[in-house]
Ligand binder design. Structure first.
Ligand code: PMP
Length: 399
């Protein structure tokens, strides 16, 4: 059989494309912050991870342009060799300082960070204990660790009884890492970190948290899930992972924690050593975003208020939302095709959101996911609520 036969037979997307409701790879023609241009029309963006709206901030853009002028468009190599600039080392110091930990290491993307850190730390005969809803990049890291002889065990999402059952089953002296998302990206739910840290301490496990959707969103000045719960990065949660593609308005990822551990990753992680380093413009954008986040923590408060207003507005209209407490709002629709049609009608009404269907969520929990932006004005909030009200009635989802 020909290797390409499966590709030629692949037709999963065709039915939805033919129905004119395909919600993915939607082309953005222009981006002006919370409003973008799609299909020749202005649309409110409620499906991006630019939580603080900093990708449009003049200081971030200027920093990025200046870095390209000074350092060029690419670092043209690995951090190990020619790809470490003063921009990279400065960013790593600034982030470690922001989180109050000893050291930080920047990877080329968030995905590569999880893929690179997990198998470097969890080796043959050691244990990785992972939440079932963790991001795909953690799953990839776990696959590599397992292929190299580590034990990988998964527990029902955010279920501390299930986690404890696993911890009990592992030899007490075995080295072990618990890894979890801080905010689960599909549901917007926040992890029960106090419960998890207590179990980790009781059973001698280390903890790694993926703060992709929590940095710049939760906690004091946007320091993430640890801070949200009054816990400390370092003593309570030994390893903090994050991405620069969301609140930091750029591209890249990082791991932060104890210097000796971060150095070990630096000298041993394949994904770190054998991939070109973050481009100068990207590093500079993160540094500028971090400076703004530190200087203007009120942006985080504003995002919280916007999320509360839209969440309450949708609930009052009669929509069913998963409980979360973050700017990710999952509105349950409950059927694949209906979710796609709902998505399309919202776009026609001037709002872009994300359609999430099985297998990303279980059958019956297909949803429309909103990810909100701190730079919305009242007209954008009203526009989102107005569109949902109109389309919700058309679909008989609300009265
Ligand atoms: N972890 C989580 C929880 C994410 O949501 C994402 C991005 N979708 C990543 C990691 C990967 O980050 P990046 O986009 O920087 O590769």
């Amino acid at each position: 059989m020909d290797l390409f036969q499966k590709c030629r037979q692949f037709s999963r997307a065709k039915e939805i494309i033919d129905a004119g409701v395909f919600p993915y790879f939607q082309v953005i023609e222009e981006n002006h912050g919370p409003v973008v241009r799609m299909e020749g029309r202005e649309v409110i963006m409620a499906g991006s991870n630019d939580y603080l709206g900093l990708s449009q901030h003049p200081e971030v853009i200027e920093a990025s342009v200046k870095a390209v002028e000074s350092f060029g468009s690419s670092c043209s190599g690995s951090r190990y060799l020619n790809g470490t600039s003063i921009l990279h080392t400065s960013l790593e110091k600034e982030l470690a300082d922001f989180l109050g930990v000893e050291a930080c290491l920047a990877f080329t993307t968030g995905y590569l960070t999880n893929q690179g850190v997990i198998p470097t730390l969890v080796q043959k005969g050691e244990y990785l204990i992972s939440d079932k809803e963790n991001h795909a990049s953690i799953v990839t890291g776990a696959w590599i660790a397992r292929a190299r002889g580590a034990h990988v065990l998964r527990y029902k999402t955010n279920d501390m009884t299930a986690l404890e059952d696993i911890l009990k089953s592992v030899p007490p002296d075995a080295p072990k890492l618990i890894v979890t998302d801080g905010v689960f990206s599909m549901s917007g739910r926040i992890v029960n970190l106090p419960g998890l840290v207590k179990l980790a301490k009781a059973y001698g496990a280390r903890v790694m948290i993926d703060e992709a959707h929590a940095m710049g969103v939760l906690g004091r000045g946007g320091r993430g899930t640890c801070s949200h719960f009054g816990l400390r990065n370092g003593p309570d949660v030994e390893l903090t992972m994050g991405t620069f593609s969301k609140s930091f308005a750029s591209l890249g990822g990082f791991i932060a924690g104890e210097r000796r551990v971060i150095d070990y990753i630096k000298y041993n992680s394949q994904a770190f050593i054998f991939s070109a380093s973050m481009a100068p413009g990207n590093v500079a954008a993160v540094r500028a975003s971090l400076a703004i986040i530190r200087r203007e923590p009120e942006r985080i408060e504003r995002l919280r208020r916007i999320a509360d207003e839209i969440r309450e507005g949708l609930k009052n209209q009669g929509f069913k939302l998963m409980e979360g407490g973050t700017p990710i709002l999952p509105v349950i629709i409950g059927d694949d095709m209906m979710t796609f049609r709902f998505w399309r009608r919202l776009l026609e009404e001037g709002v872009f959101v994300n359609a999430v269907v099985s297998p990303a969520v279980p059958q019956g929990l297909q949803l429309i996911r909103l990810s909100l932006i701190a730079t919305y004005e009242q007209k954008h909030i009203d526009g989102i609520l107005g569109a949902f009200h109109k389309v919700g009635k058309e679909f008989d989802l609300i009265e």
